[in-house]
Ligand binder design. Structure first.
Ligand code: GUN
Length: 291
C-alpha cells in the first residue's frame, strides 16, 4: 500500500479563504472586524517567529491584530493586568498568550484570567475541562488538535470505534487531541515517557497521532497496514546537503511508514499550517459570539 498524502497546506489555505470571505461579508453587513491580541513574554526566538506568523496570517484574512510584547522579567501581576485590559477591550475578540512563558510565571493562572469567550487557543482550564467531560462543549477547541481532527475527517478516517493511539501528553497537543478523539468515540490510548511496549501499542492503532518531538521515532513495522497517521512533530535533522545544514522531519519515519499507512501527513506541509488556520477560524468565531 502507498499512503495517501494528507495535504494540510491545501486544507489550511481553504480555511483561510473561508475565513477571509466571512470577514468580507461581515464588513458588508456593517459588523465588527475581528481582532486578535497576541501576548509574547520574553525573547524566545521560536515564539517570536510563531507570533509574527500569526499576525501576518491575520492581516491576510482581514483580522486586526494587536501585538503586546512584555519583557522576560515581567511579573505575574503585569501579565494578568494586560490580559484584564484585553478582556475589557471590545476591539479584541481573541487573546493568545504565546507558550511557553518564562518559568517564573504561573501559566495556569494567566490562562485562567483570559475571558472564556476570548480564549481562542482553548487553553483556559474551563475550556479544557469541558473538553474532558461528557455532554459539555468548550467555547473554543485548541488549534493544533482541532487541525489534526479536521485532517483525519478530510482523509476519510472512520473515527468512531477506531483504536486511536496518541504519542505524547502535552497540554498543547497530546492531551487535548486525545480528549477530542474520545469525544469522537474512538478508543484512545495515550503513550508517554513511562509507557512500556510502545511498538506493540502503536501496532493496534487504526489512527495514530504522533506528538512527542522525537525525529522519525515511529517505524514502518510499528504501523498497522491501513492506519491513518497524523504527524505533529517538527524536528531538525542534520543534513549536510541542505542549505541550512538540517532539514525538517516529523516524529514518524515518513518514507517507510508511507509504504503501509492508508494516509499520512507530511512534514512540513501537514499539521503545521493547520494551527494558524484554526486560530483564524476561532478568532472569527469569537467575533461572531459578540454579534
Ligand atoms: N506554543 C506552541 N503552540 C502553541 C499554540 O498553539 N498556542 C500558544 N499560545 N502557544 C503555543
Amino acid at each position: 500500500m502507498t499512503a495517501k498524502i494528507i495535504d494540510g497546506k491545501a486544507t489550511a489555505e481553504r480555511i483561510r479563504g473561508e475565513v477571509k470571505e466571512a470577514i468580507e461579508k461581515r464588513k458588508t453587513a456593517g459588523k465588527s472586524i475581528p481582532g486578535l491580541a497576541t501576548v509574547l513574554v520574553g525573547e524566545n526566538p521560536a515564539s517570536k517567529v510563531y507570533v509574527r506568523n500569526k499576525q501576518k496570517a491575520c492581516a491576510e484574512v482581514g483580522i486586526n491584530s494587536f501585538g503586546h510584547d512584555l519583557p522576560g522579567d515581567a511579573s505575574q501581576e503585569e501579565v494578568e493586568a494586560l490580559v484584564r485590559k484585553l478582556n475589557a477591550d471590545p476591539a479584541v475578540n481573541g487573546i493568545l498568550v504565546q507558550l511557553p512563558m518564562p518559568k517564573h510565571l504561573d501559566e495556569e493562572r494567566v490562562l485562567a484570567s483570559i475571558d472564556l469567550g476570548k480564549d481562542v487557543d482553548g487553553f483556559h482550564p474551563i475550556n479544557i475541562g469541558r473538553l474532558a467531560q461528557k455532554g459539555r462543549e468548550p467555547v473554543f477547541v485548541p488549534c493544533t488538535p482541532a487541525g489534526c481532527m479536521l485532517l483525519l475527517e478530510e482523509a476519510g478516517a472512520q473515527i468512531a470505534g477506531a483504536n486511536a493511539v496518541v504519542l505524547g501528553r502535552s497540554n498543547i497537543v497530546g492531551m487535548p487531541v486525545a480528549l477530542l478523539l474520545v469525544k469522537a468515540n474512538a478508543t484512545v490510548t495515550i503513550v508517554h515517557s513511562h509507557s512500556r511496549n510502545i511498538p506493540e501499542i502503536v501496532r493496534e492503532a487504526d489512527i495514530l497521532v504522533a506528538a512527542i518531538g522525537q525525529p522519525e521515532y515511529v517505524k514502518k513495522d510499528w504501523v498497522k497496514p491501513g492506519a491513518y497517521v497524523i504527524d505533529v512533530g517538527i524536528n531538525q535533522k542534520e543534513d549536510p546537503t541542505a542549505k541550512r545544514g538540517y532539514r525538517l522531519v516529523g516524529d514518524v519515519a515518513f518514507a517507510e511508514v508511507s509504504e503501509v499507512a492508508a494516509a499520512i501527513t507530511p512534514v512540513p506541509g501537514g499539521v503545521g499550517p493547520m494551527t494558524i488556520a484554526m486560530l483564524l477560524k476561532n478568532t472569527l468565531h469569537a467575533a461572531e459570539l459578540t454579534d
